[in-house]
Design a protein around this ligand. Structure first.
Ligand code: NAD
Length: 455
């Protein structure tokens, strides 16, 4: 099947490349000329493991191409996917649908009759019907006869494991309003149903809500274990043991139960915020989600305090090495990363911050002013009073800790991802703090007067 993909970001590019790997003929279109030029030259503008080889293979097979010309992309396409960004709207927390509706309006001038316009972007309930209305209004304005259908196909891939998630999804959700749209969606995903991935057909509204509900639920799970971690610190428990103990319960499951510095990234913060606003708009308040957002925001401040505690209460004059700034490992995505709150607070407090990240530097250089960039963890830690492990890249999971410590002038280690064992680190002479493990918490040892109050 011939398919056009509008938007070559993390979702559009991965989806386009994977669809072409199914055997479909895919044309990806983006407004950013530089991005399209990179792709045409065989480059990949984002870091996503495995994407470059799959892209190359399908371009060579003649199934995948890139353009900035929307008309060229959609010509002869049976389905056109909208995979543009839906960031948080400035000021009010709603999803900003400007890009989605702009793409829909542009499509009205160029799609072939019978095209199914599929929204893959994460969008609030009602958006797909509005996409249909926008296209119909533009067609009426131009007097062009062009029957079309809409479908909702939210995406659940995780950056860093996007290809695996796309090729082996837990489920594919398709919201449709007609049998013909259902048939097109089933045809697109047929290669996956042959692999027994369930394709769930539902209404447009249910599909839209499923995406937000899934992300909000996962964000809630993370936030829940983070609060349990705080309790563990106070009463002497170990959050890793607690997470394991509850995660083995099949009704709960072990995923998304890793205590840490709070969720970030391109989806959870904006999607929880949008869901809270959707609830308010429809007089169905999402009180759990509102609380999750609040608790997660405060958590970042708590993390800053944790690091300050380790430094005797103040950052001024201290040298701090930060390991990892992307919102999670195996991505170069910095959107809403906890590092964007924590690092500037340390820099603002007068610390000299040396940062290292395997893929985050390109984005991070503009987003984190005032830091110096180091090649690796050892270079970052040279002369440091404390190391802060913020993103658990593999490179930081098996550090030569003796070597790291030998280069430092101090002995602080804040492990905000619970990568290391408190006893091992103490044995090496580190003053070690982690998350939700009372035996590692420095609070009791730190002089109360020097602590910066939590927000
Ligand atoms: P992104 O910002 O990385 O990419 C969006 C791309 O769309 C950009 O390259 C932009 O230039 C392009 N674009 C915007 N308007 C265009 C237009 N009219 N014509 C052509 N190109 C246009 O966004 P993303 O992270 O890929 O997310 C896209 C959507 O998928 C969002 O709604 C997001 O919530 C959702 N989503 C993202 C993820 C993720 O992990 N990133 C996972 C699931 C769902």
């Amino acid at each position: 099947m011939r398919i056009a993909m509008i938007g070559t970001g993390y979702v559009g590019l991965v989806s386009g490349v994977c669809f072409s790997d199914f055997g479909h003929e895919i044309v990806c279109v983006d407004k950013l000329t530089a991005k399209v030029e990179t792709l045409r030259a065989g480059g990949v503008p984002i870091y996503e493991p495995g994407l470059d080889e799959m892209l190359k293979r399908n371009v060579e097979a003649g199934r995948l191409s890139f353009t900035t010309d929307l008309a060229e992309a959609v010509k002869g396409a049976q389905a056109v996917f909208i995979a543009v960004g839906t960031p948080t709207r400035r000021g009010d927390g709603h999803a900003d649908l400007t890009y989605v509706y702009a793409a829909a309006a542009e499509l009205a001038d160029v799609i072939d009759p019978g095209t199914v316009v599929v929204t893959k972007s994460t969008v609030p309930v009602g958006t797909n019907r509005e996409v249909a209305r926008v296209i119909a209004a533009r067609l009426a304005e131009t007097g062009r006869e062009c029957p079309f259908e809409v479908a909702s196909n939210p995406e659940f891939l995780r950056e860093g494991a996007a290809i695996e998630d796309f090729m082996r999804p837990d489920r594919v959700v398709c919201g449709v309003d007609s049998e013909s749209a259902e048939q097109v969606m089933r045809e697109i995903y047929r290669p996956l149903s042959l692999r027994e991935a369930p394709v769930m057909i539902t209404s447009l509204e249910s599909a839209e809500i499923i995406k937000y509900a899934a992300n909000a639920f996962l964000a809630t799970k993370i936030t829940f274990i983070n609060e349990i971690a705080d309790l563990c610190e106070k009463v002497g428990g170990d959050v890793k043991a607690v997470a394991k103990g509850i995660g083995m319960d099949g009704r709960i499951g072990s995923k998304f139960l890793h205590a840490g510095p709070g969720y970030g990234g391109s989806c959870f913060p904006k999607d929880t915020s949008a869901l809270a606003r959707i609830g308010q708009d429809h007089s169905a308040p999402m009180r759990i989600v509102e609380t999750v957002i609040d608790v997660n925001d405060r958590r970042k401040r708590r993390m800053i305090d944790k690091v300050l505690d380790l430094l005797g209460g103040k950052a001024n004059g201290k040298k701090i090495a930060v390991l990892g700034v992307t919102f999670k490992p195996e991505t170069d995505d910095m959107r809403d990363s906890p590092s964007l709150t924590i690092v500037p607070a340390l820099v603002g407090g007068g610390a000299q911050v040396s940062v290292t990240d395997p893929e985050g530097r390109k984005e991070g250089e503009t987003l984190l002013p005032g830091v110096t960039w180091a090649e690796d963890a050892y270079a970052a830690a040279e002369g440091a009073d404390a190391v802060v492990l913020l993103t658990e890249w593999n490179q930081f999971r098996a550090l030569d800790l003796k070597r790291l410590k030998a280069g430092m002038r101090g002995d602080g280690f804040a492990d905000l991802r619970n990568v290391y064992d408190p006893e091992d680190l103490a044995g090496l002479g580190f003053r070690y703090v982690s998350i939700g493990r009372a035996d590692a918490a420095p609070a009791a040892a730190a002089p109360a007067g020097e602590l910066t109050p939590s927000s």
